[in-house]
Ligand binder design. Structure first.
Ligand SMILES: [Mg+2]
Length: 247
């Protein structure tokens, strides 16, 4: 005799939800684009290129140079000024390090003034925190990410912050995820990781045995044909909660 199938099997509650910070909760990319737009109007060295080009090249340079900052090896101000030297070279209008230092400081002021969360993210984190333990796993410094959490008003909704600077290893290294599980009291099978970076968040979560959810708001092509849940917006939050409950 076969067992009757349960028609209303309760969904499993995933106890731990881990989030990436930049471009998942905090809107780095669009803040960066808007700050660069201001720089283009204030500094003629960067005005000859379209905003989308400058933004793309800045993002590429950030990808190349951010590793020293996220592991705490070099100060972000120094690396940012050097990035503007390289950006000006790319734009065909080389500048001195002193000039780049000024541009960098002005850029930072604009960035801080224009920054904002990813749409729907803070509300989602607060909502999930009612039933889940929330961790942030991020390739950045403790000081910078702690300040962002305060800016977003999420201090009481985030139970653990784990940064690459503190661990000395960056995503996709599984060690940073293992530490996040320790801090949140979670197990890999009882956790999900939500993040925008396939290379860091999806690959890293899988390496640690954690189910990933790809936050793909810019509708990028999928780098691998692997079955990974994908979400393009945090609204409505109910849809995200369904995904958390499992496929
Ligand atoms: Mg990210």
């Amino acid at each position: 005799m076969t067992e009757p199938r349960a028609l209303t099997r309760p969904k499993t509650l995933v106890p731990v939800v881990l989030f990436d910070m930049d471009d998942t909760i905090f809107d780095h990319s669009l803040t960066c684009r808007d700050a660069l737009d201001r720089i283009r109007t204030e500094y003629p060295e960067f005005a000859g290129r379209r905003l989308e080009e400058v933004w793309g090249e800045y993002g590429r340079l950030l990808g190349v140079t951010h590793v020293d900052v996220m592991l705490g090896r070099r100060a972000s101000e120094v690396v940012r000024a050097e990035r503007f030297v390289r950006l000006a070279e790319w734009a065909g209008r080389p500048i001195s390090l002193a000039r780049a230092d000024e541009v960098s400081r002005v850029y930072r002021e604009h960035y801080q003034a224009l920054r904002r969360p990813v749409e729907g993210a803070p509300e989602l984190v607060r909502r999930l925190h009612r039933d889940h333990t929330i961790g942030v796993v991020t390739n950045n410094t403790v000081a910078e990410q702690t300040e962002k959490i305060a800016f977003l008003g999420l201090e009481s909704a985030i139970d653990a912050l784990v940064t690459s600077e503190e661990i000395g290893a960056a995503k996709p290294d599984a060690r940073i995820f293992h530490r996040a599980l320790e801090r949140t009291g979670g197990r890999p099978e009882g956790a999900v990781m939500v993040g925008d970076s396939w290379g860091s968040d999806i690959v890293g979560a899988r390496a640690a045995g954690i189910r990933p959810i790809w936050f793909n708001r810019f509708r990028l092509p999928r780098p691998e044909a692997r079955e990974v849940a994908e979400i393009r917006s945090f609204r409505p939050a109910r849809r995200v909660e369904e995904l958390l409950a499992g496929p």
